[in-house]
Write a protein that binds this ligand. Structure first.
Ligand code: IYR
Length: 229
């Protein structure tokens, strides 16, 4: 490390292995209970909970620590209605054919359509923007690095934080979603990437009977003694 680099103490807290095993298993089990929810109850959610979850998202690692994300948290019914109207207009064209047959058949098992009442019913919408580049104090463009990766990681943190706070989410991606920049009044250097719907599931909500791929399908182990196993 360079001599001039300012550093602080890491303050890493070690756990014993039994505790690590228990925590890793509990976390996996808790996240496995998360399901994408498309039917919401109108019950309100206190802003402080949303603030804390966005704080958690903002701790994500990012390229050159540029933190190239911006979150617009919306609970104003007028703005939610404007978003619903614009999103449904795009979705009508999408489902009427713009998506193409291959995409529509890949989606069919989820039972989605162009009707998006959750955009008005759910208490919070969080529009997630990616800063394609930054702008310095003199108005010059500054390149940001690994923007999709960084924003993806922050979004993962946000979804996990909301889930463990007791809230349901939907990663909604109306396409195209440039209308979000306008509605949220965001500058040109920011690209809307996900509209996260946040709230409580409606009573007796049912979700598609779909499964996660098992560990052996998503993992390859290259271990020192793998020949012996
Ligand atoms: N944006 C549309 C379509 C859609 C696309 C994918 I990929 C999904 O996993 C789910 C839906 C919609 O929200 O209906």
């Amino acid at each position: 490390m360079s001599e001039k680099l300012l550093t602080i103490d890491l303050q890493f807290s070690s756990l014993d292995e039994e505790e690590m095993r228990a925590r890793s298993a509990a976390f996996a089990k808790d996240l496995a209970r998360r399901r994408t929810v498309r039917d919401y109850a109108p019950a309100t959610v206190d802003r402080e909970i949303i603030e804390n979850c966005i704080r958690a998202a903002g701790t994500a690692p990012s390229g050159a620590n540029q933190q190239p994300w911006h979150f617009v948290a919306i609970n104003d019914p007028k703005i939610k209605s404007a978003i619903r109207e614009a999103a449904e207009e795009e979705e009508r064209a999408f489902y009427a054919g713009r998506a193409g047959e291959e995409w529509l058949s890949a989606l069919a098992h989820l039972g989605t359509d162009d009707n998006k009442p959750f955009l008005e019913i759910a208490p919070w919408l969080i529009a997630i923007f990616a800063e394609r580049y930054s702008v310095d104090d003199e108005g010059n463009r500054v390149k940001n690095y690994y923007v999709p990766e960084s924003v993806g990681i922050a979004t993962g943190f946000l979804i996990a934080a909301l889930h463990q706070s007791g809230l349901a989410t939907l990663t909604h991606t109306p396409a195209p979603m440039s209308f979000l920049s306008k509605v949220c009044k965001r500058p040109d250097n920011e690209k809307p990437v996900i509209l996260l719907v946040v709230g409580y599931p409606a009573e007796k909500t049912r979700v598609p009977d779909i499964q996660r791929k098992p560990l052996d399908q998503i993992t390859t182990w290259l271990e020192a003694d793998s020949d012996l196993k």
